[in-house]
Write a protein that binds this ligand. Structure first.
Ligand SMILES: *Cc1c(COP(=O)(O)O)cnc(C)c1O
Length: 507
């Protein structure tokens, strides 16, 4: 199976090339030329398998130039003891028609581990296959809204032949998220704060990427060090493919336990920022998973809600820093992949032309509007809603009081929009709500939601939260308490490239 670019149908690369390059050279994103299918029988057969075997079954459909042995060894290494529950993910039944898919049992306590524990293996295997990078070191550049950074650092730390640099918005992450990143161990890692928001970090990284290919100084430094850039953000196909796995896997588990019947449709509700996680659910649906609605839940940065309702994407609006910082995003990169999929037409050139126009308009005017055909398809598949700060807090409290179940602010946004959807529709399909982070990553906000005033010290708050809710702070977070802060650099948003050049020199 080959991959093409959302902006140029003439580009055709293998899976390994797509993973190594991260972003296509025309600025587009890599997408499968044709989505593979999964049959009912296949989905049923997953029920008896362990998570890594399920991952193998699904990923081999996407990784055309990987051997079975390569995929098997990668998924076995990624989905093992580094997750704190035996099944890697966990499903909690909250009521007869509502299930929570917990994706935060990896080493950094957020769903990003689901892909970033695997990506380093995929990247190393890919590097061996691509003649353009053989023998070169891979410099991973990552912009983070809080969780990707830590998960990338943890995934790539001390992986031979790689280095990883993370840029995060200085005032845009939780205390615990910052602590997790700035105390990161490993010889090949760098962490740098940016005086700006996540969009600034993401734009900076995208630009550094492009200039790594064209810009004199940066390209020369890379060459001197025998390095190439790649990305651990969800613009990389190697991030998305592993995320498709857990949707199909969750469905198979519900089938296996008798909660749903063969072929029964479910809704999937996802707290969304960069549109990566929910896009993976959409791909699962397109492959054949019985999905009814995809419920896209946003926080006050509600650009996606408006887009789903009107077909107009307009990022010219105020940027809010919220208690769900990993969703504080106004440029949802992966939406481009969804629009590509909807816009597929018999004439491939026609398809790419308006995509180019739309995304050029986003860059120059901060806005684009899709055509009626795309709008209609979005309306058919998606429901969009957004949740403000006080409703987020109220939802954490209400869910805890009703179910004795503690959720993080991102997951709370999803719960709120699920309720809203249920009230607004006559839909009685069962729903899977995706839980993306452990509440202790945001313990200040969570504690405050329960009506208490947080302590100055994050760990003190965490302890009080433990007493109050009879829950436990996960070990990986607890352990950061004793670690020294290794990274305290902070740069202006215009200085990211300079910082990268210095980092490359130091590696
Ligand atoms: C990254 C993240 C999200 C948003 O996921 P996208 O793939 O960017 O839509 C939601 N919740 C948490 C906790 C995250 O870390």
């Amino acid at each position: 199976m080959l991959y093409t670019s959302t902006r140029n149908a003439d580009i055709k690369v293998t899976a390994s090339e797509a993973i190594i390059q991260g972003l296509s050279e025309d600025g587009g994103l890599f997408v499968p030329e044709k989505l593979p299918e999964i049959t009912t029988a296949e989905i049923e057969s997953l029920g008896k398998m362990q998570y890594h075997e399920r991952a193998f079954t699904i990923l081999q459909k996407f990784l055309g130039d990987f051997s079975d042995t390569e995929i098997q060894s990668a998924v076995k290494s990624a989905y093992g003891r580094n997750f704190s529950v035996p099944d890697v993910t966990q499903i909690k039944k909250l009521s007869a028609d509502c299930f929570v898919l917990e994706l935060f049992h990896g080493p950094t306590c957020a769903f990003k581990d689901m892909a970033l524990q695997l990506l380093p293996y995929l990247m190393l295997i890919s590097a061996e296959k691509c003649t353009s990078v053989q023998g070169k070191r891979i410099a991973i550049l990552t912009a983070t809204s809080g969780d990707t950074g830590k998960a990338a650092l943890e995934g790539f730390k001390d992986v031979p032949g790689t280095s990883v640099t993370v840029f995060y918005p200085e005032d845009g992450v939780s205390e615990m998220q910052k602590r997790q990143m700035t105390t990161q161990q490993g010889a090949n890692v760098r962490v740098c704060a940016v005086k700006g928001n996540f969009d600034d970090c993401q734009n900076g990284v995208k630009e550094i990427f492009t200039s790594g290919r064209t810009d004199g100084e940066l390209a020369a430094e890379l060459q001197k060090k025998n390095m190439v850039f790649s990305s651990a953000n969800s613009i990389n196909w190697g991030r998305l493919a592993p995320q498709i796995v857990y949707y199909i896997s969750a469905y198979a588990s519900l089938l296996e336990s008798g909660e749903i019947k063969t072929g029964e449709k479910v809704n999937i509700c996802v707290p969304t920022g960069n549109f990566g996680n929910i896009l993976a659910a959409y791909y699962a649906k397109q492959m054949g998973l019985p999905v009814n609605k995809l419920i896209c839940a946003s926080n006050s940065n509600n650009v996606l809600t408006d887009f789903i309702k009107t077909g107009v994407y307009d990022r010219q609006r105020e940027f809010y820093t919220t208690v769900s910082p990993s969703m504080d995003i106004l440029i949802s990169s992966n939406l481009e992949r969804l629009i590509y999929q909807y816009h597929l037409s018999p004439n491939p050139d026609e398809k790419c032309n308006s995509l180019q126009e739309w995304f050029a308009a986003l860059k120059t005017q901060g806005r684009y509007e899709v055509n009626e055909r795309v709008k209609a398809k979005i309306e058919r598949d998606f429901y969009g809603g957004w949740c403000n700060e006080s409703d987020t807090a109220a939802t954490i409290k209400a869910v805890f009081e009703k179910h004795a179940y503690l959720i993080d602010p991102h997951t709370a946004v999803a719960f709120k929009i699920y309720d809203e959807y249920k009230a607004a529709s006559n839909d009685d399909c069962k729903t899977i709500i995706v839980s993306t982070a452990n509440p202790y990553k945001f313990c200040g906000a969570v504690y405050r939601s329960l009506g208490k005033e947080p302590e100055q010290d994050e760990f003190m708050t965490a302890q009080k939260l433990e007493w109050l809710t009879n829950t436990r702070m996960p070990d990986p977070l607890f352990r950061t308490q004793g670690l020294p802060v290794r990274f305290s650099d902070s740069v202006e948003k215009g200085e990211m490239k300079k910082a990268v050049i210095e980092i490359i020199r130091s590696l």
